[in-house]
Design a protein around this ligand. Structure first.
Ligand SMILES: [Zn+2]
Ligand SMILES: [Zn+2]
Length: 350
């Protein structure tokens, strides 16, 4: 089968590899029908070695497909089922899974990401993907929904919702979202669902900010290249700052900014993928009673989010600005990495 394979930092190749196959009795093999490239795939492409990604790993973790084959012990799924799959697989049995911190699973990891157990967790930029612990991570797609309807539910939509949930957005809150990329947009969807009254989105890309307004995800947009955000946020919150700040960039600067925008007693929820240090000036912030939460998404709400997509309450199809065939997947990586052509997300059709 064809796949996108990581061979080292800045070296991914579209090449022929052996077909994925069932290795344990609770596995499934999914034939990918549509996939996408996540911002974290770009991090893996560029910094995979430091992240623990082994050479030879098929990358990609945002996908939907059709069950091709199931292991003898897999219950509830049959060949032919259309499924959306979590970006992270987890065993369901270890200390962390039992505690509910499923993304910290001792036996699981991001598809196409770092190896935890020594076994390579091949990802979805391939014709076939092996799904370990398949019943924990696959969700059937309702008949009324297309691949595009649910393409993001296992990764960025779950991540965005997680950011809003961890930020404990409450009815009537003002929420600042730092970064109007696809994850920031999904965080806005999550914040709306949880009852945010006022969403202020910040970015440097005008087309992204405009999209946030057009889709009614943001009430106020601030281009932080042209305007200083802090005074505007203070003005919009009676001088206090935001109840919740969701950071969806992942740099020291975005972290510093996020802290500045929160009100005393507010919550700062970090979704950005940090690949270098960020500084926390406790001498400046400890008296503010801020709560800062961070981390890798716990993909726990896929079923609920699929229900909300099915009834039309959530629609993320607008994020798909480009559709291409799998043969052009390497071009898609270039477009995503360099943010060419006003891209938000690319649907890759198999
Ligand atoms: Zn991702
Ligand atoms: Zn586990």
């Amino acid at each position: 089968m064809k796949a996108v394979v990581f061979h080292g930092n800045n070296d991914i190749r579209f090449e022929e590899v052996v077909n994925s196959k069932i290795e344990r009795m609770d596995d499934a093999i999914v034939r990918v029908t549509t996939s996408s490239i996540c911002g974290s795939d770009i991090h893996i492409k560029n910094h995979g070695e430091a992240m623990g990604v082994k050479s030879g790993t098929i990358i990609g973790h945002e996908f939907v497909g059709v069950v091709e084959e199931v292991g003898d012990l897999l219950i509830g799924f049959s060949p032919g089922d259309r499924v959306a799959v979590s970006c992270i697989f987890n065993c369901g049995q270890c200390f962390y899974c039992r505690k509910g911190n499923i993304s910290m699973c001792n036996n699981g990891t991001v598809f196409g990401g770092r190896s935890i157990t020594g076994e390579i967790p091949h990802g979805c930029q391939a014709e076939l993907v092996r799904i370990p612990y398949a019943s924990n991570v696959m969700h059937k797609i309702p008949k009324n929904l297309s691949d595009e309807d649910v393409l993001f539910v296992g990764d960025i939509l779950s991540t965005g919702f997680y950011g809003a949930e961890r930020g404990e957005v409450k009815l009537g809150d003002t929420v600042v979202i730092v970064g109007a990329g696809p994850v920031g947009m999904c965080a806005a969807i999550g914040a709306r669902l949880l009852g945010a009254a006022q969403i202020i989105m910040l970015d440097v890309e005008e087309y992204r900010l405009q999209m946030a307004i057009d889709k009614k995800l943001a009430d106020v947009i601030i281009n932080i290249e042209k305007n200083e955000a802090a005074p505007i946020i203070l003005q919009l919150t009676q001088g206090r700052g935001a109840d919740v700040v969701i950071e969806a960039v992942g740099s020291n600067q975005s972290f510093q900014d996020a802290l500045t925008y929160a009100r005393a007693g507010g919550n700062v929820s970090l979704l950005g993928v940090y690949t270098s240090e960020a500084i926390l000036a406790l001498n400046k912030y400890w008296r503010q009673n801020l709560t800062i939460k961070m981390g890798l998404v716990e993909v726990k709400n896929m079923g609920a989010l699929i229900n909300l997509i099915s009834t039309g309450i959530i629609d993320t199809r607008f994020l798909i600005t480009h559709t291409i065939g799998f043969d052009q997947v390497m071009d898609a990586y270039k477009v995503m990495e360099n943010r060419l052509d006003n891209v938000l997300k690319i649907a890759i059709k198999m």
